[in-house]
Structures are given as structure tokens and as C-alpha cells.
Design a binder for this molecule. Structure first.
Ligand SMILES: [Zn+2]
Length: 107
């Protein structure tokens, strides 16, 4: 898989139970669906890997915002693979959008 791969993955078809790649917690406190502006023809995708993430999960333990494809190990990713990808691709990029108003799950 490339780094910017989520938008090519059929959502949830291969999802597995939540495991946070940041702290390994299995407690998810919520989720959000986001649509970056470029998907509406507004601007272009930025350099941020988050511009290709359409589903978010929120870890109840460490508070991290995690791409759903990592938290749920879509397409058979292992926990080790998601930890590596989280550290290398996502963790050190600030997530710019504030998804608080779009949280669908409960605390
Ligand atoms: Zn966590």
C-alpha cells in the first residue's frame, strides 16, 4: 500500500476491531467522517497525508485522532504495520480540521 491509500479502499469492508496504533488501547470513544475540500473541487490535496483520510477514530485512552484504516486495520494490515505507519506518516503531522462537530460516536 502507498501512504495515501485510504480513498481507494472500500470503507469498512475489511475493518477489524479498534486498536489504537499510538497506545494499543482497544477503547474507541467516537468516530467522524470528514470530506476534505478538494473532494468537492475546492483546492487541491495538500502535502498532508490527512487530506486523504475520510474516516477518523478517536482513542479513549491517549486521545489521538487516528485514521480509521489504521485503527481498524483495513485490508488485513497487522498491528505492527499500523504502528509503523502511524509513526512514519501521520503522528507528526498536525491534523488541521476540527472534527468535534462531526463526532458520531459517544464518549
Ligand atoms: Zn491511543
Amino acid at each position: 500500500m502507498s501512504d495515501n491509500d485510504e480513498f481507494r479502499v472500500p470503507p469498512d469492508l475489511t475493518a477489524q476491531p479498534f486498536i489504537c496504533p499510538n497506545c494499543q488501547s482497544t477503547k474507541c470513544r467516537g468516530q467522524a467522517f470528514v470530506d476534505p475540500g478538494w473532494t468537492f473541487g475546492i483546492g487541491s490535496p495538500s502535502e498532508s497525508p490527512w487530506d486523504f483520510v475520510f474516516q477518523l477514530r478517536f482513542c479513549a485512552e491517549c486521545g489521538a485522532t487516528i485514521p480509521a484504516h489504521l485503527a481498524e486495520r483495513w485490508e488485513g494490515m497487522t498491528v505492527e504495520e499500523t504502528k509503523e505507519k502511524w509513526k512514519r506518516v501521520y503522528r507528526d503531522h498536525p491534523y488541521h480540521a476540527n472534527p468535534a462537530g462531526m463526532v458520531l460516536g459517544k464518549d
